[in-house]
Design a protein around this ligand. Structure first.
Ligand SMILES: [Zn+2]
Ligand SMILES: [Zn+2]
Length: 149
């Protein structure tokens, strides 16, 4: 395919340039998708929402923030299983001799906590084998988000 303009394609051109071009392009499409969504009624036409989601995903990728988690979990006081898996931390503590612990009050607090995904959370607590003080968490069995208690 022939180059479209006088500027020959430069394969050594900074990816920065390519990135700005893509960003401008995707920004234009985002504005258009948002306009369409608001003027045509996004909330009754799933196709518009899908288009909007795809464009937003592209924008996030371009600005280097991969849409790994679909919950805005950090803003809402939850820890994300993607960036901070609790299983890993629990396994590390267990490997260093921590054992399961139980506190009725904490357990109730955990069970009374509703996760981002809408499920009730489970209780998990560990303490050093020779210690009294436990570390406790509320953890979601479904999406694995968690909170420190
Ligand atoms: Zn998350
Ligand atoms: Zn959840």
């Amino acid at each position: 395919m022939a180059p479209q303009s006088g500027t020959p394609p430069s394969y050594t051109a900074s990816t920065e340039e390519e990135r700005s071009r893509r960003l401008a392009d995707v920004h234009g499409r985002l504005s258009k998708a948002m306009d369409n969504a608001s003027s045509l009624g996004a909330f009754v036409d799933p196709r518009l929402l899908v288009e909007l989601r795809d464009v937003v995903g592209e924008v996030l990728e371009l600005i280097g923030d991969r849409p790994a988690c679909r919950y805005a979990c950090g803003d809402r006081g939850f820890h994300c299983p993607i960036s901070e898996p609790l299983e890993r931390e629990a396994a590390r503590l267990q490997a260093s001799g921590w054992i399961a612990s139980w506190d009725a009050v904490e357990a109730r607090t955990a069970h009374d906590t509703v996760c981002l995904c809408g499920s009730r959370m489970s209780y998990l607590a560990l303490r050093p084998a020779d210690g009294e003080v436990a570390t406790a968490w509320a953890v979601c069995g479904l999406c694995r988000h968690w909170k420190a208690l």
